[in-house]
Design a binder for this molecule. Structure first.
Ligand code: UDP
Length: 237
């Protein structure tokens, strides 16, 4: 699959459908694969943290989450035209799993949330096989590995926040049963209904960041990284 590099970090040029088809193949052929969401915040952190940059580039599929990544690609004459968000990629994978009899597992978030997310997903995808859930505050690695392996899921969604979830996936995937691993951040909180997502109008216009800023003004500091990131992407062209 084609990728391009933005400030040293790889980003996939594939669409949801292309990724979904490839991931299904990975499962069928029993290949391990790892999906990470890339946004300007992570790319900027990776500028000062070589370990993080390597970690992000170790993933098989780096999806362009965040409008800043699309803008940077456009500015550099790249080919990424559309966002592929972590949560929508997760929902796409649930759709593929439902159609192809693949099993999913939800690992992460506060106690109770993964179960609530499971119930919501079951309403959205009635035939989806949700093999199990486990909250993200279990500390015993043995319990975590056994709970996941006993459920025999094909796809594991990991919601521990970034970069903890990416580190966990890299350290564990080769010893665990599942084939596809996706780090999904706060997605279980959103799917369970605990956290509200921006209305579709905002999402379509690429203004999810504006909606979040209006609702949570303290995010401004985090968001100021966007203009810095774009400037850097242009200068390093
Ligand atoms: N979380 C967890 N275990 C921990 C720390 C965090 O399961 O030890 C969960 C937390 O409950 C939340 C998610 O990780 O559901 C992080 O969400 P956030 O939106 O902060 O993720 P990011 O911004 O990194 O995508």
């Amino acid at each position: 699959m084609e990728k391009e590099t933005i400030l040293g970090v790889d980003v996939s040029q594939a669409t949801y459908d292309e990724l979904a088809a490839q991931l299904l193949q990975d499962i069928e052929q029993k290949r391990k694969s790892f999906i990470v969401a890339i946004n300007p915040e992570k790319i900027m952190k990776a500028q000062e943290d070589e370990g993080l940059r390597k970690l992000l580039n170790q993933a098989d599929y780096q999806i362009p989450d965040g409008i800043g990544v699309i803008l940077a690609s456009k500015l550099k004459g790249g080919k990424i035209h559309e966002r592929v968000t972590g949560i929508d990629m997760m929902l796409k994978l649930c759709e593929v799993a439902e159609k192809n009899d693949k099993r999913i597992f939800l690992y992460g978030a506060k106690p109770g949330i993964a179960d609530e997310a499971k119930n919501k997903l079951q309403e959205m995808f009635p035939a989806l096989q949700i093999a199990g859930t486990l909250h993200g505050y279990e500390k015993d690695p043995e319990v975590i590995a056994t709970t996941i392996n006993d459920a025999k899921p094909d796809i594991l969604f990991v919601a521990l926040g970034s970069p903890a979830q990416e580190k966990w996936i890299i350290a564990n995937k080769d010893q665990l049963y599942p084939f596809v691993y996706q780090g999904v951040g706060g997605s279980f909180d959103v799917i369970s209904g605990r956290i509200e997502r921006a209305p579709e109008r905002f999402q379509k216009l690429g203004l999810e960041w504006l909606y979040r800023l209006l609702k949570e003004p303290w995010r401004l500091k985090r968001q100021l990284v966007l203009p810095k990131f774009l400037l850097k992407a242009i200068v390093k062209k």
